[in-house]
Design a binder for this molecule. Sequence first.
Ligand code: NAD
Length: 320
Amino acid sequence: MKIATIGEIHEEGLKLIPKNKFDIIKITDTSPKALIKNLSDVEAIAIRTSNLSSDILSECKNLKIVSRHGVGYDNVDINYLNKKNIPLAITATSNAVSVAEHVLMMMLSLSRKLIKCNSLVKNNLFTEGESISSTYELYKKNILILGFGRIGKVLQKICHGFDMNIYVYDPFISEKDINSYNCKKIEFMEGIEIADYISIHMPLNHSTKNLITKKELKKMKNTCFIINTARGGILNQKDLIWALDNKVIGGAGLDVFTDEPPKKADPILISSNNLILTPHNSALTLECRIRMGIETIKNIISFIEGKPIYSNIINREILT
Ligand code: NAD
């Protein structure tokens, strides 16, 4: 049997593949043409961020499972897989901690104007530090968590350590469940208005695309910091730039973008002190890459051996 890996999978994961049963095909050319050629006879695909469209998948005649290194799966055509009864697995238990810690890093860096402070010291402007006004504590501030799944739940735990007031907007989670984490359920607009920090943790789909636009940004406190580590497009990027340029909000942190990578002339790259950008790597700490590599491969091996990890399979209904 053949397992194709598209993008780097940590050696700790690859080590789990029994070499007497499987050949590993490491694919580096991710152009559609090369993928069609190299995937034509593989049984399993371990995929990072490249696109697996139906055009490519339909040429994979032996395909039995796709295992995604991560939790978002918008790069894989799940409708095609559903039609062909092919499971799509994710690494559900691996990356919540890394992403939530990344959010905390952005919250603290924005609040303390870390990038500005760093550049003052490095540029021999140490004494100007005193003139930086309006840095903030997280202590007792309001955070609105949009989406209370795996990452949202880890983030609330971290925020409790700062004695923050934690508000949650997630129409699919009950008030009782949210209260059991000592957090408060809130309506979307009400949350937007009272938040000092907003962090986005929901999937990108037709109902969450452009969830936050000029209209919502205008309702925020002018000191509010918004952080998006979920998917570009949930927060309208053009409107965010407008809000930052016009000091409608206090600042923003983005790990995800409408276009990835952003084009050279993308206005989002003309970054100011109140905008922190990271290259979609909030889940790429060493610990997390090891966990994701292991979980990606375990999803494949377990399925092939007839013991699927159902909780990781997005379209598990096709298996029953
Ligand atoms: P999850 O599936 O565990 O949780 C998502 C939550 O969003 C669920 O509780 C769901 O009820 C809620 N939700 C869905 N639609 C909503 C809506 N319209 N309004 C409010 N809430 C809604 O997912 P997760 O593992 O917590 O990941 C969250 C997001 O983060 C995903 O988009 C994922 O792709 C992204 N992510 C990004 C990175 C990165 O590297 N930047 C890494 C991991 C995950």
